[in-house]
Every structure is written in C-alpha cells, then in structure tokens.
Ligand binder design. Structure first.
Ligand code: CA
Ligand code: CA
Length: 446
C-alpha cells in the first residue's frame, strides 16, 4: 500500500517534470523532410507567425508556422524560383518561363496569391517588391539602374532612373511606399529623396514592421518617418519584437534593451544560424529547423554588450541635406511644423546617431522642432551640434503665426533683441536685416 502510494507519487512528480520540461523547452519545429531542397528562406508576417519557403531546382513549398508551433503547407508550385524577396507582409517569387518574367506574390497575412506576367523584360531578375496596391517594382540585370513599375495586369506604369545600381527593392509596412536600395543610398521612389546615412549592409531580414541587416542594425519604414535606423548593435544577427532586441551569438540568444544593455540570455546548446521576430514572437533557425523561443526560459543577466561578437562598421561623419540648408552650425528649414523625424530623415548623417534638444533645452525624441532647438550628431567621442532655424518661427515652437509677427515688430521697434538663430528666422527675404518687409511678408502668410 505504502509502496503503491510512493510509486504513484513518483509518477506524479515525473509527469510534473515532463510538463515542466515541455513548457520550458523551446517549441521544436521540424518542417517536412528537407531532402532535395537546396535553399530555405525564413519570413515573418509581423502578426506572430512565421513562414518557411523550401526551394529546389523543380519546385517550391511554402509552410506556415503558427505562433503555437503548428505547421501547415500553405502553398506549393512546380516552379523553381529565381529570386525570392519579402517586405511589407508580402513574399514574392520570380521565375522565368517562355522568355517571360513571371511573378507570384503571396500576402503573408491572408495567403492570397497574385500572379503577374511582366512582358518584355530582359536579363535575370535583380530586385523586386510589391506595394500595398499590388503594383510590382522590378529591376533586371541588363539595366540595373532602372526600376519599372507594373500594375497587376503586367502593364508598365512608369520607370524610375536611379543614378546607381539597384541592389534591392523594398516596401514599407504602413504606407506600402517603395524604396530602392542602391550603392549610393536609399531612394524614396514616391518623393525622389535619397537617404545616404545608416545604410543597411548585407542581407536584409523582414519581420513585418521592421527589418534588420546582417551587420546588427534594425530599421523601420513607415509613412511618418520614411526610412530610419532604430538601433545599431555589435551583433551581426539581431531582430526586434517591438519591445526588446534579440541577438544571436554562437549558441546563445541575448535580449538587449533599447539602450544596448543585456537583460537576459538563453543558451540553446546549438549554433544558431539566424534569429527572426514576428510581432512579439521570436524564432531561431539551427540547420534546417526553426525553433520558437520561450522567452520565459531566458535567464536574467546584466552587463554591457558582448565585445566578442563585434561587427565592424566603417564610420561615416558626413552631414548634408537636400531638404534643408546647412550653413555653418545652423540647419535652416523653410517648412514650419517639421518634426524631429522629419529633420532626421531629411539630413543624411552617415553613421552618426541623432538626438535633439528643444528651444527650452529639454531632450526630445519626437514632435515639432522650432528655431533655437538643436540637433546633435554623435558617434563615440565625436559629436557635432547644429542650431535649427525655421524661417518665420521666431518664438521657437516650430510654427509661424501672429505671435511671430509680434516678435518681429518688437525687433524692428528695438523692444527686444533677437539671438543669431531668431535673427535668421525673422529675416524672411534673406537680405540680412529685419525690416517692415519681413513683418509684412510673414503677416500675409500667417
Ligand atoms: Ca512661432
Ligand atoms: Ca529681411
């Protein structure tokens, strides 16, 4: 009787242990047999699920892996892909048949498939993406500085001429706007603006709303901020779950705060090939298998960044802009209401990171910047500070209105004296003096 009780207690604890181990171990996703497949791609839909595309010289198969680890085949075709790319929740496969270029786009959220035929294209496909309106942007190797935009029926809508070779075409998750990554910078195709700072390096991985490069940087593309670098680490493989950054280093996964401090880590026991986030879920690839990370199993650790995983990035300290005038240590804007992100994205700043201080001297990371605010560009011990001048904004809150007219009148009547930035902001016609002409010009505008 006692023995039976002891046995049932032991089996009860064994069962508990099994459940405990099951909960604590990462979910193991083994997708089909990988025999015969020559290449695998891993994507995220941004809503917590992952996709695995297995390709061979005859076919491809697309698997969906849910946030709970259930795996299903979501598409399969007897087509050998020539080019595969993903951005803004769309996965695109390009293949050639009968001298035509064919494109299949899968919406990763709905699995909806759109098929395109791009007639008259020559050469091998070099870059492709689809925007939110299902238009295709395409570049081939025979004219790698030309981007052709097609509608869903394969009709050519327009051509963009980049001044340099197009390496990749990507689109933003929010707006679906298309960008071309060239060897000169990132070209915003809608606005014809080129960003030359903080360029992605190597392979790009998309997780729906963010993307990372193979040199430890995480980027965001959205309607408001356009293209921007959110984070730079010393780890060559990193992803972002919307709250923390997760880097892979050997067999370890390291969770980093937005300040690049280590919060916790997990040793998987196997060398990790790649780490990827989808929404708030993180997965990692070892060999041919995908594992979902159980964040609860990560052990707390504090410390600085791991220097053993250093990713060498060349410094670039050039500051220039097509959107704003840079004069000495002033950045002059004729667009009242420009936000911190607007300044940051309108100025190419190499590898500098950018911070801002408003006209009252408070650190800010968003919102409108006005005359007297400062932008600080820094990297390591190197730092440069510029004062912002917004034409017509003398009061410093960033917009021009009757209060700015009143202050200009005070300058003219010598009731108050402007500082250097205010003087430049009040001199609407740029003749070096503040006169009634400046007052009337602003009065008519406001
Ligand atoms: Ca103002
Ligand atoms: Ca003037």
């Amino acid at each position: 009787m006692v023995k039976a009780k002891a046995r049932s207690a032991v089996s009860f604890f064994l069962a508990l242990l099994m459940i405990f181990l099951f909960i604590c171990s990462p979910v193991h996703i083994k997708v089909h047999s990988t025999d015969g497949y020559t290449k695998s791609y891993y994507f995220a839909d941004g809503n917590g699920s992952f996709r695995i595309l297995r390709c061979s010289s005859q076919l491809y198969k697309l698997y969906s892996v849910s946030s709970r680890g259930e795996t299903t085949v979501s598409a399969s075709e007897s087509i050998p892909p020539q080019l595969v790319s993903a951005s803004a929740g769309k996965m695109i496969i390009v293949y050639s048949s009968r001298a035509n270029t064919n494109v299949i786009a899968y919406d990763l959220n709905s699995s909806r498939k759109t098929v395109y035929l791009l007639p008259g294209t020559k050469g091998d496909p070099a870059a492709v993406c689809a925007d939110q309106n299902d238009c295709i942007y395409f570049t081939d190797s025979s004219s790698s500085d030309v981007i052709i935009k097609y509608d869903t029926r394969g009709r050519e809508l327009c051509r963009y001429h980049s001044d340099s070779r197009v390496d990749k075409l990507i689109s933003a998750a929010g707006s679906g706007k298309a960008y071309a990554l060239t060897d000169q910078g990132i070209l915003d195709l809608d606005n014809n603006v080129i960003y030359t700072g903080n360029l992605p390096q190597g392979e790009l991985t998309f997780n729906g709303n963010y993307f990372s490069d193979s040199c430890g940087s995480v980027y965001q593309l959205d309607d408001q901020n356009g293209f921007c670098c959110l984070f730079r680490s010393s780890y060559p493989d990193i992803c972002f779950d919307g709250e923390n950054y997760y880097a892979a280093s050997g067999s370890r996964i390291i969770r980093l705060s937005v300040n690049d401090d280590i919060i916790s880590e997990f040793d998987t026991g196997t060398v990790i090939d790649h780490i990827i986030a989808s929404g708030s879920n993180v997965a990692y690839v070892c060999g041919d298998e995908l594992y979902l990370l159980d964040k609860g199993s990560m052990r707390s650790r504090s410390g600085n960044n791991d220097p053993s995983a250093s990713c060498v990035r060349q410094s670039d300290h050039n500051i220039n802009s097509r959107s704003f005038t840079i004069l000495g240590e002033m950045i002059i804007s004729d667009k009242p209401g420009t936000t911190f992100a607007g300044f940051k994205n309108g100025i190419s700043h190499g590898t500098y990171s950018v911070s801002a201080v408003d006209h009252n001297g408070s650190n800010v990371s968003s919102g409108i910047l006005g005359t007297g605010a400062r932008l600080i560009f820094s990297e390591g011990n190197d730092s440069r500070s510029f004062t912002i001048v917004v034409k017509g904004d003398v009061t410093g809150e960033g917009n021009s209105n009757s209060r700015d007219c009143k202050l200009i009148a005070d300058y003219i009547l010598d009731i108050s004296r402007p500082g250097a930035a205010e003087k430049t902001a009040a001199d609407i016609n740029n003749d070096g003096n503040i006169t009634l002409y400046d007052f009337y010009s602003l009065y008519r505008q406001s």
